[in-house]
Structures are given as C-alpha cells and as structure tokens.
Design a protein around this ligand. Sequence first.
Ligand SMILES: COc1cccc(Nc2ncc(-c3ccc(C(=O)NCC(=O)Nc4ccccc4)cc3)c(OCC3CCNCC3)n2)c1
Length: 336
Amino acid sequence: SPYSVLDGQYDLHETIGSGGFAKVKLATHLLTGDKVAIKIMDKRQLGEDLPRIYLEIEAMKQLSHQHICKLYQVVETDTKIFMVLEYCPGGELFDYIVERDRLEEEEARVFFRQIASAVAYVHNMGYAHRDLKPENLLLDDEQHLKLIDFGLCANPMGGLDQHLATCCGSPAYAAPELVSGKQYLGSEADIWSMGVLLYALLCGFLPFDDENLGALYRKIQAGVYENPEWLTAGSKDLLAAMLQVDPKRRITISQLLMHPWLTGGSSSANVDPSSKYKTHGVDEDVITEVAVHQGKSRVAVRQAVLRWSYDYLTATYFLLLAQKMKGNPLRLLPKA
Ligand SMILES: COc1cccc(Nc2ncc(-c3ccc(C(=O)NCC(=O)Nc4ccccc4)cc3)c(OCC3CCNCC3)n2)c1
C-alpha cells in the first residue's frame, strides 16, 4: 500500500477530511495508543507548489502554541509527504456553530479569546494566516480551539496574492483590499477575517453573503452589514472596529487583545498571546519513560530528542509530553 512506510509506527483509519491536494486520515500512534491526524500530500499533484510544503513544515516546527495544532513527525517518500499532526476529536468549529445556530455572547467570547491569542502569536512569529474561517478552527478534547492552516495559505507578511484562487476557498471571509486585488498587509486582512468569524459566532450567519461572486465582492467592499437585535453594544463596537473597509483604520491585533469586549465579561482573564510551551530544553520525565522503555541511557535518549528530527522519536516525545501536561500517567505500550 502507498502507506506502508508508516507500518509499525501508525495504524491508519478513516479519512477525516480532504481538500485540494491534501487528504487527512485519522491514525493511531502505536507506541502510545494516541490518536493523530496524518495529512497526506502527493508530491506530483503539488507540482510547483511543492516548495510551499517545505516552507509550511519549517514554519510548523517554529509554531508551538496551545491554540495551534502541533506538528509531530514528517515522513517523506519519493511520491508522498506525510505530516503527522495533533488530532482534534471535537471536529470543526464550523459544525459546532451550525449545530447550535449561534453561540451565546459568553461562549463566543471564550472562543474568540483563544482565536485572538493564536493569531497574535502567528503574527508575532512574522506570519499572516490569510485563511481564517471556522473550517480552520478545530476543537480538542477539552473544548479548546486549535487554529490550523489546512490550505497552505499562511505566509510571511504582506505581498500580493498570486495564489488567491487556490487557497482562500470561500471569499466570504476575505478582506476588501484582498478581493480588490490591491497590495495588502496579511496582518490587516487577518483582522477583517476575524471580524467575519466573530460575526458568524454571534449571529450564525455571514455579514456579507451572495451566491454571485461579483455581488459578494461588492458587498465586502461596501462593508455594510446588519446588526441583529441580540447583539450587545460591546460586540457591535468590536465588530465595527474589525470590519473597517479601510485597513489603515482597522483595529490592530494588539489593540484587539485589549478591547473591553475581549477582556470583560465574567471570565475576565486578559488574552495572553505567548505560548505556554517552553521551546528549549526537554522534559526529564518524558526522557526517562522513553529510556526505560527502550533500555537506553537517559543521556542517549536526550541527545536523540534534542536533534528534533521530527521522526518517530520526536512524535513519541511530543505525545508523551501532552499526556503529562494533561496530568495523565506516561505510558508506552510494549512493542507490538
Ligand atoms: C471527530 O471528527 C472530526 C472531524 C473533522 C476533523 C477532526 N479532527 C481533525 N484534527 C486535526 C486535523 C488537522 C490538523 C492540522 C492540519 C494542518 O494542515 N496543519 C498545518 C497548519 O496548521 N499550519 C499552520 C497553522 C497556523 C499557522 C501557519 C501554519 C490538518 C488537519 C483535522 O483535519 C481535518 C480537516 C478537514 C477539512 N477542514 C479542516 C480540517 N481534523 C475530527
């Protein structure tokens, strides 16, 4: 089978998503028994987009944040690239909203804080996401949101979108300057998309919608939308600050993190964009568990982990670390 390269490391299960050039399969990491998502890409289908995959992989290695799906391992054959990624059992935020019609303000606020934290982190790392929408926000087993970039749209800031057609599937979330084909700043366009996202969370439908693409673009460029009567003054104020047609008058991510609607409410924690993961050093309990399981010295295992080769050992390390952070016992199953 084309997936035999994963034999002995993962059991592959059903396809949980596909789009464009990538397919995502649910899988089991055999040493821990943990579920993972494996994104499978065909190198021939990717053609001249192949270099973007390598850029995405390097970016993912830098992006370590509690609200971004973690990259665990990369496997490459002559025809395929496999990215082993954090699995979110709660599925897409899109389905979560559809099932409930719309969210209460307090629940929307809790979610939106996590989205703002992840986007602020991505911007601080020098990237713009450029495809923020509910399909790219997944729920983990603790109802926390994880931002993903399924369609390879995240890029260093700025620049004209030569691949607009390929990645920003549904332009309903695209900023006016982006749909007008003007030069634009990715970070400013992301703020607009977050405004559309917050509107969808609070209202259950889109601020700008039309099945005719040209009509949709004109609505986005006009920036006129309805405020349903259930919206509070605070949420209307924040939406108006994000859905500013002029990107220079649009609220910035740092102003957003301090906006009273975000910092207020009952769960009035402020939004911390920093990652909670320490990016250097290794966790000694995890090193010990692997060393004992493999009958090797801790020094040898620590050195191997610190190479961050994104091989099976890297995946095992990250999965055990996640178990430890959840307060679960560290367990490695006997070799199959
Ligand atoms: C239970 O039922 C369900 C139902 C549905 C899903 C799940 N779970 C579930 N968990 C994990 C995934 C996943 C994670 C990361 C990536 C990825 O591509 N990362 C790369 C990445 O995020 N870069 C990046 C991030 C931030 C900045 C810059 C770069 C790809 C897939 C998944 O996929 C399914 C797709 C389906 C199509 N819509 C999108 C999700 N699905 C579960």
